[in-house]
Design a protein around this ligand. Structure first.
Ligand SMILES: O=P(O)(O)O[C@H]1[C@H](O)[C@@H](OP(=O)(O)O)[C@H](OP(=O)(O)O)[C@@H](OP(=O)(O)O)[C@H]1O
Ligand SMILES: Nc1ncnc2c1ncn2[C@@H]1O[C@H](COP(=O)(O)OP(=O)(O)O)[C@@H](O)[C@H]1O
Length: 419
């Protein structure tokens, strides 16, 4: 789903929700101190393609329909537009134009699995060598057009029967396979293996919007850190300053780059990510709002500076049009999720970075929240486990996911009237 220069913006931005805060509350300052931001020094420039944990699916030449600077991209392509996120003027793209077709399934299996049933790791092992298996034809549900709120442009295609194709990423596949037999199963999209379209592999999953009618959607990136420890190590060993990220940075704050970065007209990815963390609520609250699409079709991905609790509250109230019943459903669902996360074997044993919670509700009052984007969710070396609440110190791999979830739940509890 790529915006071409001639494509009219399908959704209007809602403006910058940043409100000036002359003084930062003490509580937030102390929260910020939890995050030790390692300094990065550029010592050399390597001419290597970046090895991204699950960014193999991100093509530098893909264009974005939703980038506020319009200048995101990969190291290889400084002006390539490939991100959907963070635009005030353009937003999501209805995927209704995607042709619906049967997928050539590589992941389905007839090993006691009914069509439509999500795949488990065992079934995957048995079935991974199967190609071009045609599932029994099933009635195609009518549904609202799928929309992508944020993320990499060109990563998704609509499938048939309420499913979605996301460009294949092995890291994500491994997570989905384990998640299908973990207690977190009800909180992630059902996974159906790998499918091919136009010689491109995709992970096939449930479209979480399929059962909603003109849904309102919010993407919140969870955790206090948005890059993996291994990305930090790599940036030290082989720094690859990025011009696209420098351009995204100065589009938001021309004074943000250091003198050295200004001279190079480039910043390291980890430095850019750290800057984004402290600019938004990631560092202070352990989550940040990435984008919102409302049922009237408006979309706002301009939340880079949404940092303080009162800004988050205002954004949440606007997202639900002040409907406290919806907020209560969300609060309940988050509490359930927290309970399951605290016991999940998968969660204990993974560093969960850059993963989002997708909030979806519609005018009927139906509401749900699911975990998405496991492109940077990586297994820990046994016996290491995380509590996901301890502050991150390089080496401990803590991601602050549960700390962010606690803060999110507290914020909802503060907004909601007591029962
Ligand atoms: O949101 P903006 O400020 O545009 O920055 C983006 C997001 O952090 C992306 O994370 P997400 O995919 O969670 O949205 C990240 O992709 P990764 O997740 O691959 O790190 C992009 O890195 P590049 O893809 O390297 O540009 C980075 O440019
Ligand atoms: N299973 C899903 N069902 C419905 N929408 C989804 C699903 N997965 C992702 N999306 C949409 O796509 C966007 C980007 O998803 P994400 O997995 O984060 O992609 P990327 O890896 O490119 O960042 C989300 O904000 C959401 O709007």
């Amino acid at each position: 789903m790529t915006k071409t220069p001639d494509t009219p913006a399908p959704c209007a931005g809602m403006g910058d929700v940043h409100h000036s805060h002359p003084e930062e509350p003490m509580e937030q300052l102390s929260r910020r101190a939890r995050v030790a931001v390692p300094e990065l020094v550029v010592t050399c420039e390597c001419d290597q393609s970046p090895r991204e944990p699950c960014s193999g699916s991100h093509q530098p030449d893909e264009e974005s329909i939703c980038s506020d600077s319009g200048l995101s991209g990969s190291p290889a392509s400084s002006l390539a537009l490939r991100k959907l996120s963070n635009s005030s003027s353009t937003g999501l793209s209805p995927a209704s134009s995607f042709e619906e077709c049967e997928e050539d399934l590589m992941g389905y299996s007839d090993y006691n699995q009914s069509p439509g049933e999500p795949l488990t790791a065992d079934l995957w092992k048995k079935s991974k060598n199967m190609v071009n298996w045609s599932p029994t034809p099933v009635a195609v549900k009518k549904r609202s057009p799928w929309v992508q709120v944020v993320g990499h442009a060109g990563n998704f295609q609509m499938g048939s029967d309420g499913r979605l194709l996301k460009k294949f990423c092995e890291c994500e596949q491994q997570c989905f396979l384990q998640l299908m037999s973990d207690s977190l199963h009800p909180f992630v999209p059902g996974y159906y293996g790998v499918t091919q379209r136009d010689e491109q592999d995709y992970n096939l999953m449930d479209d979480l919007l399929a059962d909603f009618d003109s849904p309102c959607i919010m993407d919140c990136k969870m955790g206090s850190r948005t890059y993996l420890e291994e990305e930090l190590e790599k940036a030290r060993e082989c720094p690859q300053p990025r011009r696209d990220m420098y351009l995204k940075m100065i589009a938001v704050d021309p004074n943000a780059p250091t003198a050295d970065e200004r001279a190079r007209q480039a910043v390291l990815k980890t430095r850019y990510m750290q800057w984004r963390e402290t600019l938004s609520s990631t560092a202070t609250l352990g989550f940040r709002i990435e984008g919102i699409k409302k049922s009237d079709g408006t979309c706002n991905t301009n939340f880079k500076r949404t940092k303080y609790k009162d800004e988050v509250i205002q954004t949440l109230e606007d997202f639900v049009d002040s409907n406290m019943l919806i907020l209560r459903s969300y609060q309940q669902r988050l509490k359930e999720l927290r309970g399951v996360l605290e016991k999940s074997d998968f969660f204990k044993a993974h560093e969960v970075v850059g993963s989002s919670l997708l909030f979806v509700h519609d005018l009927t009052g139906k509401a749900g929240i699911w975990m998405i984007d496991f492109g940077k969710t990586v297994p820990l070396p046994p016996p290491l486990t995380l509590d996901h609440r301890s502050p991150w110190v390089e080496g401990n791999r803590e991601d602050g996911y549960l700390w962010g979830l606690d803060n999110f739940i507290d914020i909802l509890t503060n907004i909601l009237p007591e029962k």
